[in-house]
Design a protein around this ligand. Structure first.
Ligand code: THU
Length: 162
């Protein structure tokens, strides 16, 4: 038996002003994107902003539906739109913010498992680390790459070989 340990390094900041200018600008876009979320069922509005390697920004927010599972998280709305708009451009950073009943969350919002899988594939496809910035009013967390958030991912090569 072998015991393997995985370590996640998370940088923590107390305020947006402590981030570098690029990170702060992306967080502001994620905050702004929460406004247009369609979340009448949960009342939980999430915004995501993606920076692409070509300098473009894509934002998204969660979109819910009366048939609950048909909705989609903000992260996937943004990442899938980025893929549809700029299919060959890697993403270098994503920021995520969330508000409940009109109030931004104190604790950072962390992407759900399905979104981590989608972010992971975007990172692998792009070939560059995809930084993840999780915004909260009391704490901002920065994770250097998605692989850190999903250390044992389902990989594309599983579909192709034994
Ligand atoms: N949601 C997101 O958009 N992103 C997350 O990281 C967590 C959850 C959405 C899905 C649903 O519309 C609402 O938040 C409540 O789960």
């Amino acid at each position: 038996m072998k015991l393997r340990a995985y370590t996640i390094r998370v940088q923590e900041f107390e305020r947006i002003e402590e981030l570098d200018d690029e990170q702060a600008a992306l967080v502001e876009k994620a905050i702004a994107a929460t406004k247009d979320a369609y979340a009448p069922y949960s009342g939980y509005k999430v915004g995501a902003a993606v920076r692409l390697e070509n300098g473009a920004f894509i934002t998204g927010n969660n979109q819910e539906n009366a048939a609950y599972p048909s909705g989609l998280c903000a992260e996937r709305v943004a990442i899938f739109y980025a893929g549809s708009r700029y299919p060959d451009v890697p993403a270098s950073s994503i920021a995520i913010a969330a508000m409940r009943n009109g109030v931004f969350q104190e604790e950072p919002v962390a992407p759900c498992g399905a979104c981590r899988q989608v972010l992971y594939e975007k990172e692998i496809q792009g070939g560059v680390p995809l930084e993840v910035i999780l915004y909260g009013t009391y704490k901002i967390q920065v994770i250097r790459q998605v692989t850190d958030l999903l250390p044992l991912p389902f990989k594309l090569d599983r579909l192709r070989s034994g």
